[in-house]
Design a binder for this molecule. Structure first.
Ligand SMILES: CC(C)(COP(=O)(O)OP(=O)(O)OC[C@H]1O[C@@H](n2cnc3c(N)ncnc32)[C@H](O)[C@@H]1OP(=O)(O)O)[C@@H](O)C(=O)NCCC(=O)NCCS
Length: 209
């Protein structure tokens, strides 16, 4: 599916900053969301058209089901004429229990995509700000995402922090690397050595575990 289908031939010049409007996507916009997801993957990874076609089918079914139950919320950026310039989705992921943290869900931002001819004009910035505002209003206290190289500076500029999430590829031979040692101990040991007692309600590290 070509990008032009959704941007309707709007040129970057047509879209002044103030013309960008962010709205929630509905199931009627599912094909736009599938297009944006594919566009994102085409830009950030190297897959064959057949792999993208397959991924489109899987994502379409995945997204449809979650939109119906409210677990996936899409946001679209449009110009004054209603032409779609970009978008992003929030997936409400189940959260594992941990001390001092009873939230059952955590919003995860995915599928951020701006049509190439409209990049560098604040479209994604507007979407991320709107998504964050929405998540706050819904009562969520934290959000996560996995940033592409292209997206990193955007998220950083908007106040997102890097975390310590790690991964291991289970289908490849293991190449263990030595992690640099830092004799800083556990949070409990640090509190003991500094003589600090635990504040009631203190949250510990920022990493999600
Ligand atoms: C990453 C991506 C979503 C950014 O979209 P975008 O609409 O171009 O983003 P913005 O315009 O809001 O911000 C991009 C740059 O434009 C500039 N910019 C922002 N608002 C601007 C404005 N009103 N006028 C002029 N320039 C502006 C900023 O300098 C910004 O650079 P910075 O992030 O280094 O600070 C887009 O490049 C894209 O779709 N990439 C391919 C898919 C991808 O990587 N998605 C992210 C997955 S995590």
């Amino acid at each position: 599916m070509a990008a032009k289908v959704f941007v309707g031939g709007a040129s970057a010049r047509d879209v002044a900053r103030g013309d960008i409007r962010i709205r929630r996507a509905t199931l009627r916009n599912l094909e736009v969301l599938v297009h944006q997801r594919r566009g994102m993957w085409e830009d950030i990874a190297d897959h064959t058209p057949e792999e993208h076609d397959r991924a489109d089918r899987v994502y379409r079914a995945w997204a449809r089901q979650r939109m119906k139950t409210g677990k996936l919320v899409g946001f679209l950026a449009e110009d004054g004429a209603g032409r779609v310039l970009g978008g992003g989705c929030v997936w409400l992921r189940e959260n594992q229990p941990r001390p001092g943290w009873e939230d059952r869900e955590m919003p995860y931002l995915l599928s951020m995509y701006t049509e190439p001819e409209h990049r560098g004009r604040g479209v994604a910035t507007r979407i991320v700000r709107e998504v964050v505002r929405w998540a706050r209003d819904e009562g969520y206290r934290r959000m996560t995402l996995h940033a592409s190289k292209q997206g990193r500076s955007l998220y950083k500029r908007l106040g997102w922090d890097r975390t310590w999430e790690m991964r291991m590829r289970l289908n490849e031979p293991r190449t263990p690397r030595r992690a640099p040692e830092r004799a800083r101990g556990t949070p409990r040991a640090r509190r003991r050595s500094s003589g600090a007692s635990r504040r009631p309600g203190a949250r510990g590290t920022r990493a999600s575990r």
